[in-house]
Design a protein around this ligand. Structure first.
Ligand SMILES: [Zn+2]
Length: 331
């Protein structure tokens, strides 16, 4: 088989052999890339059963104390500390549970977790368990914002289609977003869930005044985007990135196309966009592009909605472009 296998460290993080000059206060300094290796192998030891059940059988295991009957999930104790170390035995628990607390949401993750952000991380008590397990949390309704998953929200365990036997093989979504047969299914997989049809926020009807105001804002926005397209620093922020964005606002619909360093404003929105952005007041987006407040903040504060959670990355890039323009003006 000639298929390329994924590496522990993705090749984009591995720098090229070489060196360059950096000039500080008129003096040249040589910078070179070096490597320090920290690969290691580790065993899951006696917890292998739990991870193998996740990976191969899509089952969630806990351990039950033979004396007090307390069920701990995950089953990371072979003997109960409350019962003079009576042995525990492995049992299976259900895959629906209740949030034990309101989870924090990570929008700006370190490079290790950037590809899975934004995500919630919180503790769930699954049916049949007495302790809470820490899991990743997502929504199918668009961007994950505060309020979607709270303490007391019922959630369902979902398995990634590709699993390697670690806790990130699973995550939870609110059961309110699933159909009855999906909630009941044991070992529900990511690919069995509809991620493509989140419900767009409804925009109020536009008055003639709204449409006129929109036209003015669009003029300004178009010139900012043209400026970004000419700016080397801003172009670098979207190198290798390609997205067709459909923007809907009260009084207008249009497109923004990002294409490997190029960014374009289009009067007409794309027919099959990569994602949809809805902002009731177009000024919100304009201010972000003009570096008068971050667009990412507007997303988190629910002033601007995006249809796909993972496209927060694209929003982040637009903010960087706005910053690059501001920096170029300073320099
Ligand atoms: Zn016990």
């Amino acid at each position: 088989m000639g298929s390329e296998r994924e590496r522990v460290i993705p090749s984009k993080y591995i720098p090229e052999v070489g060196s360059h000059i950096e000039t500080i206060d008129g003096k040249n300094y040589l910078i070179s890339n070096d490597a320090m290796y920290t690969f290691y192998r580790r065993t899951k030891g006696e917890f292998s059963e739990f991870f193998l059940a996740l990976r191969d059988e899509k089952r969630l295991l806990g351990c039950k104390c033979s004396r007090c009957g307390l069920v701990r999930v995950p089953p990371f104790l072979t003997h109960c500390p409350d019962c003079n170390f009576a042995p525990t035995k492995i049992i299976e628990v259900e895959q629906v549970g209740i949030m034990n607390s309101t989870p924090p949401i990570t929008y700006f993750a370190t490079s290790l977790f950037q590809h899975i952000a934004p995500y919630g991380r919180g503790r769930v008590i699954f049916k049949g368990a007495d302790t809470a397990m820490s899991v990743l949390l997502y929504t199918t309704t668009g961007i994950l914002v505060p309020g979607i998953i709270k303490k007391g929200t019922e959630v369902k365990l979902v398995f990634n289609d590709e699993r390697i036997g670690n806790v990130a093989d699973v995550f939870c979504v609110p059961t309110a977003e699933l159909r009855k047969n999906q909630i009941e299914k044991k070992g529900l997989q990511r690919s069995e869930i509809d991620w493509e049809s989140p419900v767009e926020p409804r925009l109020p009807a536009a008055s003639a005044g709204d449409v006129a105001a929109c036209r003015e804002i669009l003029k300004e926005m178009r010139s900012i985007i043209e400026e970004m397209n000419k700016n080397e620093r801003a172009r670098k922020d979207i190198a290798g990135w390609r997205r067709d964005i459909l923007v809907k606002t009260r009084g207008a619909e249009f497109g923004i196309r990002i294409d490997d360093g190029n960014i374009r404003f289009n009067e007409k929105g794309p027919a099959s966009p990569d994602f949809v952005m809805v902002c009731e007041d177009l000024r919100t987006l304009l201010d972000g592009l003009a570096y008068r407040g971050a667009i990412t903040d507007s997303v988190i504060n629910k002033k601007l909605w995006i249809s796909k959670n993972m496209e927060f990355n694209t929003i982040f890039k637009l903010d960087r472009m706005a910053r690059s323009i501001a920096r170029s003006k300073k320099a």
